[in-house]
Design a protein around this ligand. Structure first.
Ligand code: NAP
Length: 538
């Protein structure tokens, strides 16, 4: 990291990223009367929704839920058009929020942060951008997101490929045409599932290269029921209050019993009802679906039957049914017409577990047993998730210790918000918080409010710096580990456990105890005068 000697400007706080987390953080810090600079890599706000503009991209959380709750006028005035909002509409919403609260004037666009160094002499962070300019700030807040470091496969030969290629997480802003083209798509997670549905009707031929099938639940997406939305809006405050203490930040009706303990016919009815509701309702149908292998198997068998009903060719259906992981332990996909897409004449599924991709050739993809001529390759190969975006930054705390070194064997945080040795540094939806297991907008608001209240407390008391105690951090690490291991998640190779990235420590880092429980823990920490934190006088 090249750092200029003298900071070009001084701020009370620097925020990294202008996605939803960065936008709300800026808004709250302004309310404290702070001077703030937000650094953003892209040339617009929106984060995830700025970068992931691949065909078919839309949220897997319902639009009335996946939206800010901090301002009633905002939530009342914004009109969503579909049950699950498409990427363009969410991006328009992010821009609306930025403009409504006049946020853009404190954001510098097309300016990534290279790193930051804590200067203990005057208790300030020196933050250097990718152009080498440095500014200083008392507080440094990461709003880099959990899924913003795209992961590309390292197949040889890509540089020689003569066609077009794209990663879903770095999709170009210009229109991409699939018309008349032979398109190859690598990856069958949420991005691959959505892209498949959107590309198939446009391309001459779509070849989907699947390493591992994933479970996908119907979204039953469509125009938002305006009458139901009006009723919800009339009661928004109560709905949001329930969301804040719900398991994943979305209030679901759960049966309350163990799936395996109910009679088969009743269970079947319950699964049918949850299937008809669609999306994450399905995995929330019984509270033990993500903790008990037997119950999970019953839900998985139900979905397998549904896949067989949708796919005309039984051999093809068998290839699309996951067998290597319990349902929902890799992030569930939510679709409208995914399995049916494989009934099209212009779509082929290639099992690259059976015959792996060997290389990219100038004219396509070569697997162990065939050559596939292609005009375009779409990599829907995911992200170095959760810690990836933070580890890309060169963040150095007290005594020059780098976050990368400290976290070499896995992230260590207190509440997913702070880390020992990094005074006045906060992470929004960091590792060790519910983050990716939750409705992100709810978690972002909770974190930002916690950080704002904490900073206001420091100001009121004239305290110079805050960081967690080593004991609190170690105990929280144990809690995250133990709670995680009451679920089925840690035993699966997924981006949740870091298994998708070569050399990454295999750890399940989100806090799995639920959004409500986590919120109560944070409230208790505050009520006990920031228990677990060390406050240093100015
Ligand atoms: P992902 O879930 O990690 O899926 C990546 C896919 O690429 C997997 O099928 C993976 O196969 C495959 N893959 C990775 N490396 C490969 C390689 N070298 N060769 C062949 N295949 C390879 O990534 P994603 O689909 O981008 O989704 C990531 C997360 O973003 C989601 O889980 C979700 O949380 C979020 N997201 C949400 C939405 C939404 O709201 N609807 C949409 C998109 C993404 P393996 O499974 O075998 O590793």
């Amino acid at each position: 990291m090249k750092e200029t000697q003298n900071p070009a400007a001084h701020f009370d706080a620097v925020v990294i990223g202008a996605g939803f987390a960065g936008l709300y953080m800026l808004h709250r810090l302004r309310q404290l009367g702070f001077t703030v600079r937000v650094f953003e890599r892209g040339d617009g706000v929106g984060g995830t929704w700025y970068w992931n503009r691949y065909p078919g991209a839309r949220c897997d959380t319902e639009s009335v839920t996946y939206s800010f709750s901090f301002d009633d006028e905002l939530q009342q005035e914004w009109e969503w058009t579909e049950r699950y909002a498409p990427q363009a509409e969410i991006l328009a919403y992010a821009n609306h929020v930025a403009e409504r609260f006049d946020l853009k004037r404190d954001i510098v666009f097309e300016t990534g942060v290279a790193g930051a160094r804590y200067d203990a002499t005057d208790g300030r962070w020196l933050v250097t951008d990718e152009r080498g300019q440095t500014v200083s700030a008392r507080f440094l807040i990461s709003a880099v997101g959990c899924l913003s470091a795209a992961a590309m496969p390292d197949y040889p030969g890509l540089a020689e490929f003569r066609g077009e290629w794209y990663h879903t997480g770095q999709w170009p802003h210009e229109a991409v045409s699939f018309t008349g083209k032979r398109v190859g798509l690598v990856g069958t997670g949420s991005s691959g599932v959505q892209s498949t549905i959107a590309i198939a009707p446009q391309a001459a031929h779509l070849t989907v290269f699947q390493r591992t099938p994933n479970y996908s639940i119907p979204a039953w997406n469509g125009p938002l029921d305006q009458q139901a939305t009006r009723a919800l809006k009339a009661n928004y405050a109560e709905w949001r209050a329930r969301s804040r203490y719900a398991q994943i930040g979305i209030p679901f009706d759960s049966n309350g019993q163990a799936a395996k303990s109910v009679p088969p016919a009743e269970r079947e009815r319950e699964f049918e009802a949850a299937w008809a509701e669609g999306g994450f309702n399905f995995v929330m149908a019984y509270p033990d679906l993500l903790t008990d292998l037997d119950s999970n198997r019953m839900a998985a068998d139900f979905v397998a039957r549904k896949i067989r009903e949708k796919v005309a060719d039984p051999a093809l259906a068998a290839k699309l049914i996951p067998t290597d992981h319990p349902l929902g332990t890799k992030r569930l996909c939510v679709d409208t017409g995914y399995y049916e897409t494989f009934n099209r004449d212009n779509v082929t599924l290639v099992d690259i577990r059976a015959a792996p991709i060997e290389r990219i050739t100038p004219t396509g993809i070569r697997t162990a047993d065939a050559d596939y001529p292609l005009d375009m390759i779409v990599f829907a190969t995911g992200f170095d998730a959760i810690t990836g975006p933070l580890m890309k930054l060169d963040i150095r705390g007290r005594d020059g210790v780098s976050l990368r070194d400290k976290w070499a064997d896995g992230p260590r945080t207190y509440l997913g918000l702070t880390s020992v040795g990094f005074p006045n540094f906060f992470m929004i939806t960091g590792p060790g918080s519910p983050s990716v297991l939750s409705n992100m907008l709810m978690s972002i608001e909770q974190h930002v409010d916690f950080i704002t209240d904490c900073i206001a407390m420091l100001e009121q008391r004239g305290i110079g710096a805050i960081e967690p105690s080593a004991q609190a951090e170690a105990d929280w690490g144990t809690t995250v580990h133990e709670v995680g291991h009451t679920t089925l998640y840690p035993h699966v190779q997924s981006w949740y456990t870091g298994a998708n990235i070569a050399g990454k420590p295999r750890l399940f880092t989100p806090y799995a105890g639920g959004v409500g429980t986590y919120r109560r823990i944070c409230e208790q920490v505050v009520a006990r005068d920031y228990e677990g934190f060390v406050l240093q006088p100015a």
